[in-house]
Design a binder for this molecule. Structure first.
Ligand code: FES
Ligand code: FES
Length: 138
């Protein structure tokens, strides 16, 4: 059902009551951080994942978005969707699935793209960290 001003009620819900707003310490070994910007509008999204290192499963996620309502709603949905999943599952999440879930109009597709990019960036950051041995002298 279309909500007020043509926005789907899920957008309004995730915008007014976003899930998982916050930040983890990006220095933590089990945290991956993705920071991305949308060239179209200059909005910025930071998404973080916390990974159970034994199972490789994402156990927690959070975000901070300086952007429009659709970007905030997309980040909120994305953090909900990545929890409990493996890396290969979350990098397969498509912005079009997020956009469909929120019934975003075509002009707002780039807002959901920001969420897809942020997930991928967070996974990449985590994997880069894992590949690098911890420095003992710092
Ligand atoms: Fe929030 Fe579906 S309405 S994830
Ligand atoms: Fe740019 Fe939504 S208008 S992220």
């Amino acid at each position: 059902a279309a909500g007020r001003r043509g926005y789907h009620e899920r957008v309004v819900d995730h915008y007014s009551n976003p899930r998982n707003v916050g930040a983890f310490d990006k220095e933590d070994a089990d945290v991956g951080t993705g920071l991305v910007g949308a060239p179209a509008c200059g909005d910025v999204m930071k998404m973080q994942i916390r990974v159970d290192q034994a199972s490789g499963r994402i156990v927690d996620a959070c975000f901070k978005t300086f952007g429009c309502g659709s970007a905030i709603a997309s980040s909120s949905v994305a953090t909900e969707w990545v929890k409990g999943k493996q890396m290969d599952e979350v990098i397969a999440i498509k912005n079009t699935e997020i956009a469909k879930h929120l019934s975003l109009p075509p002009v707002k597709l780039h807002c959901s793209m920001l969420a897809e990019d942020a997930i991928k960036a967070a996974v990449k950051d985590y994997e880069a960290k894992k590949a690098k041995p911890a420095k003992a002298d710092e």
